[in-house]
Design a protein around this ligand. Structure first.
Ligand SMILES: Nc1ncnc2c1ncn2[C@@H]1O[C@H](COP(=O)(O)OP(=O)(O)O)[C@@H](O)[C@H]1O
Ligand SMILES: [Mg+2]
Length: 253
């Protein structure tokens, strides 16, 4: 099988936080490669280093040592301005709390990346892209609702649409279902899944939940700041968690 150039490569990342007069080693040598179009889950318990890793992968934070190469460019060494630009152009983030702007309607929230870039999101290519992502996250007809006029699951799908609208090289999602009930969490995962299956969107999903991780092609199990195991699930239309849970049990997790 031909191997495409990876979209993301992390090499031997460490992260040490200074905390009072002690230090915390949140990452202790993490290497990871993500191919274009892959859906990868980083799974681990609370405090295992998932958010730290995701933030460093997306250039929101810098490693203490090691490097991150995104689309052939080393982001871990860039200055703040260059890192911000690369992040804006190449990555889409989804967080546990949706971070929508309350006074803007759903379409205006999704159009923010265009507005920030000085384009009018109501016309031309930007408007086409906004329409496309609303359809993808199954929110057609809700364009003019403000966040307080949407359910929690709908708000998170607006946040996903906003992350997707720029067609980023990679979407990085940190516990996007962590604040939602089971059924609503399923809608979020389905929306991310569709972006991967239908648009070839590359996704890295951080989660502590096997039911969420079961959507991925591959699960990297992170524990105490290292990747302890890799579980390859392959691309499946059914996202039953049972096979993943069985593998985790075999590994004693
Ligand atoms: N800004 C920070 N300062 C000090 N310690 C931190 C900071 N952020 C995270 N940590 C510590 O690093 C470890 C990993 O945290 P985190 O990446 O948030 O884990 P997870 O997302 O898996 O719950 C934890 O021990 C956490 O307390
Ligand atoms: Mg976290």
């Amino acid at each position: 099988m031909a191997i495409a150039a990876p979209i993301l490569e992390a090499r031997d990342l460490t992260k040490r936080y200074a905390f009072g007069d002690t230090t915390v080693d949140a990452l202790r040598g993490v290497s990871l490669t993500v191919q274009p179009g892959e859906f990868v889950a980083l799974m681990g318990s609370s405090g295992s280093g998932k958010s730290t890793l995701l933030h460093i992968l997306g250039g929101l934070d810098k490693p203490t040592s090691g490097e991150v190469v995104l689309g052939g460019e080393t982001i871990s060494g860039l200055g703040d301005d260059a890192a911000t630009r690369l992040r804006r152009d190449r990555t889409g983030f989804v967080f546990q709390f949706f971070n929508l702007i309350p006074l803007l309607d759903a379409a205006e929230n999704v159009g923010l990346p265009f507005t920030i870039a000085g384009q009018d999101p109501r016309n031309g290519e930007a408007a086409d892209r906004i329409r496309d992502v609303f359809e993808l996250v199954d929110l057609g007809g809700k364009e003019h609702h403000r966040p307080d006029q949407l359910s929690a699951g709908e708000q998170q799908r607006v946040a996903i649409a906003r992350a997707l609208v720029n067609r980023p090289s990679i979407v990085l999602a940190d516990e996007p279902t962590g604040n939602l009930d089971f059924t609503t969490g399923g809608e979020i995962l389905e929306a991310l899944w569709r972006s991967c299956a239908k648009r070839g969107q590359t996704i890295v999903l951080v989660t502590h939940d096997a039911k969420a991780a079961a959507y991925a092609d591959r699960v990297e199990v992170i524990q105490d700041g290292v990747i302890r195991d890799e579980i390859v699930l392959g691309r499946r239309d059914d996202h039953a968690a049972a096979p993943l849970i069985a593998r985790l049990a075999q590994l004693g997790l």
